[in-house]
Write a protein that binds this ligand. Structure first.
Ligand code: SF4
Length: 202
């Protein structure tokens, strides 16, 4: 059985493997305006409990896990519909991102729920706080495959001792670990060493 990793780390891994490794291997957790806003968006969904709206039970902050995949975490909301279908809903800042990490994180939640309840979950939703839009996500075979591949890659990354090198990219501008990672300086180890030596040159 693989070691259990936090579900949210999948999102970090797809954002940038180095970010996931910095968080787990070196224990860094830093906040910026984006993480603070994210915390606010999650505030209500983080309170465990349930509501019933129009026959649909909304379970908040539901802990989920998969022994098979080595994942654990929580779902912001899981809807239980009258026909017993379960629908995970994830709260996110902003509009839809151009990368797929939110959908993979949601699909991973569904895989956990399917294992826990021996259920089939055809889809979920991402609620985008800025646009107040609910975007449906179908758990297609392709998305399930991408999710399983990402989970396997994340386990492999963390089993390896080496920290991935930084690679400066647009996502770095919004990364809360930017000041710790220093991607412009550390993407080229030779450059970083030269910069360190120059500090002591007179
Ligand atoms: S600053 Fe860039 S390279 Fe460094 S962890 Fe963040 S996204 Fe990755």
């Amino acid at each position: 059985m693989p070691e259990s990793l936090p579900l949210s780390l999948l999102n970090d891994y797809l954002y940038c493997p180095r970010r996931a490794a910095l968080k787990v291997v070196e224990g860094w957790r830093s906040a910026n305006q984006h993480t603070h806003r994210g915390d606010l968006v999650h505030e209500h969904a983080d309170l465990p409990g349930y509501d019933i709206l129009q026959g649909v039970t909304l379970l908040r902050a539901l802990p989920v896990f998969s022994e098979t995949l080595g994942l654990s975490g929580k779902c912001d909301i899981v809807e239980r519909h009258p026909d017993r279908t379960l629908v995970p809903v994830e709260f996110k800042l902003g509009k839809r991102r151009q990368w797929q990490n939110d959908d993979v994180q949601l699909c991973a939640q569904a895989l956990c729920l399917e294992e826990m309840f021996a259920a089939t979950i055809p889809g979920g939703a991402v609620f985008h706080a800025d646009s107040k839009r609910r975007r449906l996500v179908e758990f297609t075979p392709a998305l399930r495959q991408s999710t399983l591949a990402a989970i396997a890659d994340l386990h492999a990354l963390l089993a390896a001792v080496a920290m991935p090198l930084a690679e400066f990219k647009p996502a770095c501008e919004h990364c809360s670990l930017f000041e710790i990672c220093l991607p412009k300086a550390t993407e080229n180890p030779g450059r970083a060493e030269r910069a360190a030596l120059n500090l002591f040159r007179t």
